[in-house]
Ligand binder design. Structure first.
Ligand code: FAD
Length: 303
């Protein structure tokens, strides 16, 4: 029996753990991939209070070590549902289930998919969602980046250092990302722009061979041979499994009050997975502090 089970070991989950552990609670973190969450692959963070500059990896590692040094337990398992029983909660993973008094949902965001045939099948065989993780495999090759926001622009800049050619394909006429990044991109000679264009097909049987790109105005289709396609079209919440214990808004974000309570007593939601305006490290940490302490208060009162 744990006092608190936290679903997700990103910034919000680890911050919740730190506060709950310092209040003497027994805490289990469940993580489906790797600790640290989204920020792990960010090259630089320059807006976290009191830290001038740090890499995403160093930030995540330091947070993880802090939680572990306080006695957190972590299991690399994916939570698939949460039960709210009379005397306790039950978090069910693919192979186990964990009883606890409180649950903190810190599931963050997942990468948005293009939704095309072959996308899932060729993920890991040419289709990728992380240039920092997979970029080096495409040294000297031709690749494409889908998207027009900051992540897509950063990906294209990063990949242009490794790859012989980088196509950047965006469905709008202008990039959404920061001007500074777009200017950085324009200085690169091996980048080719396909704006106002849509990727309509991902082609290949065993591995990615080409993509079919259609111009939104002329409707002319171009088949481009690429070894890699990096999809950077934003992120979406992944909260369907919590629907029985928490209300979701129309976009799938968990609805909470200011103290991170969901509609179910003893179940909290923190960080990017919950409905709020500003989704940043500082606000994920702040949610962790709030829910970590409120969860302790709930347990102390009720049990
Ligand atoms: C490229 C990039 C750069 C960024 N740069 C900055 C920056 O400079 N400054 C800043 O303030 N913010 C930045 N952000 C935003 C910041 O990373 C997020 O606001 C923050 O990571 C949110 O933390 P989180 O813990 O809520 O979610 P996440 O970091 O998404 O963590 C959620 C964790 O939950 C896990 N999980 C999800 N579902 C389950 C499940 N069912 N079972 C088990 N585990 C699960 C996931 O695997 C993940 O590890 C950046 C984001 C990106 C993508």
């Amino acid at each position: 029996m744990y006092d608190i089970v936290i679903i997700g070991a990103g910034t919000a989950g680890l911050s919740s753990a730190i506060y709950a552990l310092r209040s003497g609670k027994k805490v289990l973190l469940l993580e489906k991939e790797y600790y640290g969450g989204q920020i792990v692959f960010a090259s630089e963070i320059e807006n976290y209070p009191a830290i001038k500059k740090i890499s995403g990896y160093d930030f995540a590692s330091s947070l993880y070590e802090q939680a572990m040094s306080l006695g957190a337990e972590i299991k690399y398992e994916k939570a698939v549902s949460v039960e709210n029983n009379i005397d306790e909660k039950n978090v069910i993973t693919e192979n186990n289930s964990y009883k606890c008094y409180c649950v903190i949902i810190a599931s963050g965001l997942k990468k948005r998919r293009l939704g095309l045939e072959n996308e899932e099948k060729l993920t890991g065989h040419g289709v990728s969602y992380c240039s920092v993780c997979d970029g080096a495999f495409y040294k000297g090759k031709i690749v494409a980046v889908a998207g027009g926001g900051n992540t897509a622009l950063m990906d294209a800049v990063f990949l242009s250092d490794y790859c012989s050619k980088v196509y950047i394909i965006h469905r709008r006429k202008e990039f959404k990302g920061e001007k500074v990044l777009a200017e950085k991109l324009r200085k690169k000679e091996n980048i080719s722009y396909m704006l106002n264009s849509t990727i309509e097909k991902i082609n290949g049987s065993e591995k990615l061979e080409s993509i079919s790109v259609v111009s939104n105005d002329s409707k002319i289709q171009n088949d481009i041979e690429v070894s890699g396609l990096f999809i950077a079209i934003g992120q979406i919440p992944d909260n369907e499994i919590f629907r029985s214990v928490a209300d979701l808004d129309e976009d799938g974000y968990i609805i909470t009050d200011d103290e991170c309570h969901t509609k179910t007593e003893g179940i909290f939601a923190v960080g990017d997975c919950r409905k709020k305006d500003i989704k940043q490290l500082a606000t994920a940490g702040a949610d962790g502090a709030t829910a970590g302490l409120k969860a302790c208060e709930y347990i102390n009162k009720k049990y």
